[in-house]
Design a protein around this ligand. Structure first.
Ligand code: HEC
Length: 148
């Protein structure tokens, strides 16, 4: 190999590494601090925000989530205070605009290395969609949808 060829092989390798790194950064940068992959955004909630679904979601949320996130979603609980990675304030700007699909993904898969558990074994898909509805309800996302 000539010196010139070696150089171009090297620069090709470097640019491949750089682009892989940039793609990674892009994946982290999407939607602020959110954790679900972009594909989760489009998952459609098969349930409607009807009273009965919201109420079922509230009961499930209080059972499974309130110990960390608080019944009001503001994550001001003793457990939250003791955790290294703080549970997200579900009424705050971090999750503003989060879709039911993203919430469903996070409940199903959990968030690695944070203490946010996966609930796929403990709950049925239907129950996770009800909780997703309720979390969005907590954030006030459905207040404008009540009329239609
Ligand atoms: C053991 C404590 C704990 C429990 C129980 C828990 N979470 Fe979390 N949750 C966390 C922590 C910690 C984070 C923040 C993770 C991070 O920022 O890396 C989090 C983050 C989240 C987020 C934000 C996701 C994002 O993309 O930013 C949502 C939504 C959420 N939790 C919903 C729920 C729901 C719904 C339940 C009940 C089914 C639940 N959590 C139960 C600890 C908990």
């Amino acid at each position: 190999m000539t010196r010139r060829m070696k150089l171009s092989v090297l620069s090709l390798a470097v640019s491949l590494l750089m682009s892989a790194w940039l793609v990674d950064l892009g994946a982290f940068a999407h939607e602020g601090h959110r954790h679900a992959p972009a594909s989760a955004r489009k998952l459609k909630n098969p349930l409607t925000p009807a009273e009965e679904n919201i109420e079922a979601g509230r009961a499930l949320f209080n059972r499974h989530c309130a110990s960390c996130h608080g019944e009001d979603g503001k994550a001001k609980t003793d457990i939250a205070a003791a955790m290294k990675v703080k549970p997200t304030d579900l009424t705050g700007h971090t999750v503003h605009g989060i879709t039911d699909g993203e919430i469903y993904w996070v409940i199903t898969n959990g968030i690695r290395n944070s203490g946010m558990p996966a609930f796929n074994a403990k709950t049925k898909p239907n129950e996770r969609w009800q909780m997703a509805l309720y979390v969005n309800h907590l954030m006030g996302e459905h207040s404008h949808a009540s009329g239609d």
